[in-house]
Design a protein around this ligand. Structure first.
Ligand code: SF4
Length: 168
């Protein structure tokens, strides 16, 4: 199984709490006006990586949890579902995932919904330029929601490190 990947950021603090390995995928058809990353829209951008290659990179960093962004990972739902499943089954890491789809749109499509059980947090919905708010945490506009998919905020602490302050 391969995924089209634009970039990987190591130990970033921009995509969720604490240090994270952020996987930025290629391709997004939402085309939100004012998108922060329009160079990510091209489905042919970046390069192909296997799930095993990505897992090796993720596992090599014992300090970081994982984030999926893009682009929109749900346009590569099968590949990211496989990657998320293996992260959750083979590591103790949490996964945050950004998407331009709403949770309700994802739940209505079994092909997309298959990823949800393996994610900890979904940040959903398109960016709405007229509602842009730079004070929001991890989101660009207030329609976007930080959704704890298993009912409560995940514990994003990494064992042996300083505990993170919980999000409000
Ligand atoms: S969903 Fe995200 S990456 Fe896609 S166009 Fe909207 S803001 Fe940009």
């Amino acid at each position: 199984m391969t995924l089209r990947i634009l970039d990987i950021a190591h130990q970033t603090m921009a995509d969720g709490p604490g240090f994270r390995t952020s996987i930025y995928c290629a391709g997004c058809a939402h085309h939100c006006p004012g998108c922060h990353n329009p160079q990510s829209w091209d489905f042919g951008g970046g390069s192909e990586m296997t799930v095993d290659q990505l897992l090796d990179i993720i596992k090599a960093d014992s300090m970081s949890n994982v984030s999926f962004s893009g682009g929109d990972p749900f346009y590569q739902a099968e590949g990211f579902t496989e990657l998320a499943r293996r992260i959750k089954q083979e590591t103790g890491k949490t996964i945050w995932c950004w998407t331009g789809f709403t949770l309700e749109q994802i739940q209505a499509d079994p092909r997309l919904a298959a990823m949800l059980p393996w994610l900890d947090v979904l940040v959903d919905g398109p960016f709405i330029k007229s509602q842009r708010d730079t004070t929001l945490l991890f989101r660009g506009s207030p329609n976007q929601r930080i959704i704890y998919l298993h009912g409560a905020p995940p514990v994003d602490d990494i064992p042996g490190t300083v505990p993170l302050v919980p999000l409000r």
